[in-house]
Design a protein around this ligand. Sequence first.
Ligand SMILES: NC(=O)c1ccc[n+]([C@@H]2O[C@H](COP(=O)([O-])OP(=O)(O)OC[C@H]3O[C@@H](n4cnc5c(N)ncnc54)[C@H](OP(=O)(O)O)[C@@H]3O)[C@@H](O)[C@H]2O)c1
Length: 313
Amino acid sequence: MAADLSRILVIGSTGYFGKFMVDASVRLGHPTFAMVRQGTYSSNPEKAALIDSFKSRGVNLVYGDIYEREKLMAALKQVDVVICTLSHRTPHLYEDEVMLIEAIKQVGNIKRYIPSEFGFDVERLDIMEPAKSTLSVKARVRQRIREEGVPHTIVCGKIAANWHFLPRIGQVEGFGPPADKIHILGDGNTKAVFVREEDTATYTVKAADDPRTLNKIMYLRPPGCVISHNELIDLWEKKTGKKLERIYIPEHEVVTKMEDSSPGLRGCYMVAHASFVKGQTMIDIDPLIGVEASELYPEVKYASIGEILNTYL
Ligand SMILES: NC(=O)c1ccc[n+]([C@@H]2O[C@H](COP(=O)([O-])OP(=O)(O)OC[C@H]3O[C@@H](n4cnc5c(N)ncnc54)[C@H](OP(=O)(O)O)[C@@H]3O)[C@@H](O)[C@H]2O)c1
């Protein structure tokens, strides 16, 4: 019953991940609150339509900005859980989240804070610079949350399925699925985890009320979402009935490729290298601090990689 479920506030609701969090919260029956910026509503028709769709689904809209202290405090007082999906691309994610953490401590009624993560396990991440420094901000946020004793759950351990790699069948370059040749970093046998954004949000909202995830790191590793690049290509070839010429790029050449790329693509190479070569989405889960989402919630019907690939056919 909705009355028994926590009231969830999504901060960053109109962003790439935030909209999926709002959707999952509503779908799972939580009284849902979404912080939206008035300026975004009036200047961005696409986001205005999204905000209207929130409204029509019964979401409580909180018009405001995290820097508007009174509005932020008033919003926090109405809810039990805060899911933050502010962007890591801002240079002040740390300061913004610390401000949220301090506000959460001050109101005293928040039972769970879910920080802006949803990617690698940033405290144990082996990734090239400057991606390492960019993502280390999230590790500093974790540390601060623990120091402040804020009840939390960290959600991580996968790559967003519909972001960049799967739509290109694992390639870094190109647009959409390759027609005849495919480039593979390393030997193509390292396993990586790709979880659909909707499913990431479902697991996140499930975890919000769960004592088993309190102050834990929840990794997303549903068995049907784990695949190596070679297996991914096999699967795609089976679906399309067409063979691709496989071109393997040895690890030492990846760095050169990266240096020759545009800054945006360089970041993608770093993520691909960390995932497909270094296996950074498949690190061991420490049972003292880590849990795995699909083990906790076997009832969630997540999309397997095969099902996700069907949407690109
Ligand atoms: N995108 C991906 O593929 C991806 C993949 C893996 C992990 N992640 C992680 O997911 C998290 C969220 O990233 P994202 O890509 O979803 O971010 P995003 O699309 O840039 O969205 C950021 C959201 O924050 C809102 N916002 C920004 N400043 C605000 C402020 N001062 N007050 C209130 N709201 C504010 C934005 O509102 P407006 O709409 O008004 O601008 C927007 O709703 C990050 O930790 C990121 O690393 C993302």
